[in-house]
Design a protein around this ligand. Structure first.
Ligand SMILES: N[C@@H](CCC(=O)N[C@@H](CS)C(=O)NCC(=O)O)C(=O)O
Length: 215
């Protein structure tokens, strides 16, 4: 059986988990945290999570994993059957994962982990995020889903990462850049939360946080 390795706080782990649950693909969860230990580097070359363990070997990078699942389980129709719609879903995922989340990730040390980020970094990331959010807004339909009226695989990325972008900018700048741009990610997340797969991802994340709190 496919093994999904990582932990429930990781947005990229949760993106893959959401896809697996949404499509009823059997998998087992294996608890792994990121590190530079050789034992992990043998499976995940940068020591990141998630990675997938299959009968053919290990596979990292959440989007490569989603693409693999789509190819391995074509009957599940993880992407739209229409090539244009499927390409637009991939475009949306790229915007969320790379242009928004990966940029906002530069703020997480201060936003979530009690560290600090230099003023130089804050200024640079603010400019980049403004630019990237404006671009995202040009393509995100939020009607109510990212690609329009239908839930799509792009929403697995949106669901796990838009809240982080909003929360990180709120924590570091005192302004939620997404809400400020008119991207109501809170309502969006509520819509996606109607799905049992999303609920399970969120319940597991909350349970992980509760269990990690010092007693
Ligand atoms: N591009 C990767 C990003 C994965 C990633 O950054 N995972 C985080 C946890 S959410 C991690 O392992 N961080 C540890 C590190 O960067 O060394 C993907 O899509 O899977």
């Amino acid at each position: 059986m496919i093994k999904l390795c990582g932990f429930a706080l990781s947005n990229y782990y949760n993106k893959v988990k959401f896809v697996l649950l949404e499509h009823g693909i059997a998998f087992e969860e294996v608890f792994v945290t990121p590190s530079q230990d050789n034992t992990l580097l043998e499976h995940s070359p940068l020591g990141k999570v998630p990675y997938l363990q299959t009968e053919d070997g290990d596979l990292c990078e959440s989007q490569c994993i989603v693409e693999y699942l789509a190819a391995r389980f074509p009957d599940k129709q993880i992407f739209s059957a229409d090539p244009w719609l499927a390409a637009k879903e991939r475009e949306m995922i790229f915007f969320v994962d790379v242009h928004l989340e990966l940029t906002a990730r530069n703020l997480y040390k201060e936003a979530f982990f009690g560290g600090t980020v230099s003023d130089g970094t804050k200024g640079h990331i603010e400019k980049l995020l403004m630019h990237h959010i404006a671009g995202f807004k040009r393509i995100a339909k939020l009607a109510p889903y990212l690609c329009g009226e239908r839930f799509s695989v792009a929403d697995t990325a949106g669901y796990v990462s838009l809240p982080l972008v909003g929360a990180a900018t709120q924590a570091v700048y005192g302004r939620d850049f997404l809400l400020e741009a008119g991207i109501d990610w809170k309502s969006y997340v509520k819509t996606i939360n109607a799905r049992p797969a999303a609920q399970r991802v969120t319940e597991d994340r909350k349970a992980y946080i509760a269990a990690s709190r010092p007693s």
